[in-house]
Design a protein around this ligand. Structure first.
Ligand code: UTP
Length: 291
């Protein structure tokens, strides 16, 4: 029987150069989509999948992340005094249970693989989720819940994948698969950032996965790959054939909030889709487009 997935690693130590100067003093993952930072969407996605323990791998400026998931005593006491119940709830809902969050530093941005390796002592020897919070996923069940369900069926590693235009393969880890059934396929390979003509498919890893702890044995070798960084996908590739490895086609909404246009799209799409702001946003967009 598959071991339950209880922990998630959230790497948030990247430099976020595409969003400078916004990310000069604040991590990219604190950028707000409608009313909450990207990192909160990722945490909520995990909670909806039954994951309750979080390891945030941070770089510079981690204080604001820690504060976001802490209780905000002065703010909440004032909201209570002023009888602002919905606002109080919004603040309290962003608080993680005491002892359920760890913040550890990646002292140098040596790559995603190195960031995940920094979480090894807090994970131990159990399967865990890895989420890149700048990829924003909206679906029910959540993307991570879909992966957890697939892990329960297969007992192994599972990556969420989506078809991307072939000319974009050089921005992603691209997978090779066989024996696909109902969106779940055996993985036979994964290549980081291949040229379109060399890519084994156009199925891209979209920053969500369940990984077995054996990955740390490979990450610990600190081999560098594409871009001179330690790539998570290179260590994953070495596990194929040794432990069950599957790709799951994700069918919900995905917004690449690591890019400016994707971030803008997420804001507009999510505001349009919400009952408290949909109609007003539509009217606003119509007005702007006419003007
Ligand atoms: P990106 O490739 O988007 O890099 O990282 P970045 O530095 O965050 O952003 P740009 O490209 O300069 O604008 C993908 C994910 O991996 C994390 C990032 O925080 C992001 O969640 N990451 C990347 C680390 O935690 N450490 C690293 O050394 C590299």
């Amino acid at each position: 029987m598959a071991q339950r997935v209880r922990k998630a690693v959230l790497p948030v130590a990247g430099l976020g150069t595409r969003f400078l100067p916004a990310t000069k003093a604040m991590p990219k993952e604190m950028l707000t989509v409608v009313d909450r930072p990207l990192i909160q969407y990722a945490v909520e996605e995990c909670l909806a999948a039954g994951i309750e323990e979080f390891i945030f791998v941070t770089g510079r400026n981690k204080g604001v992340l820690e504060d976001h998931f802490d209780s905000a005593y002065e703010l909440e006491a004032t909201l209570e005094q002023r009888r602002k119940a919905p606002e109080l709830k919004q603040s309290q809902d962003a608080t993680l249970k005491a002892g359920n969050a760890i913040f550890t530093r990646q002292q140098k941005p040596l790559g995603l693989g190195h960031a995940v390796w920094c979480a090894r002592h807090w994970i131990g020897r159990e399967p865990f989720a890895v989420l890149l919070p700048d990829e924003l996923m909206i679906s029910s069940p959540t993307c991570t819940a879909q992966l957890v369900a697939a892990h329960e069926r297969t007992g192994g590693n599972v990556l969420a994948v989506m078809d991307v235009p072939r000319e974009q393969t050089k921005s992603y880890g691209i997978v090779a698969i066989k024996n696909e059934k109902d969106g779940l396929a055996e993985m036979t390979g994964i290549v980081e950032k291949p040229k379109p003509e060399e890519a084994p498919s156009s199925l891209a890893w979209i920053g969500r996965s369940i990984v077995l702890p054996e990955v740390f044995d490979h990450l610990g070798k600190h081999e560098t790959g594409a871009g001179g960084e330690t790539q998570l996908t290179d260590s994953m590739a070495k596990m194929i054939g040794h432990s069950p490895f599957h790709a799951l086609r994700y069918t919900g909404q995905r917004y690449d909030c690591g890019s400016r246009l994707g971030f803008l799209e997420a804001n507009v799409a999510i505001a349009l889709g919400r009952p408290d702001s949909g109609a007003e946003t539509r009217a606003l967009l119509n007005r702007l487009l006419k003007g």
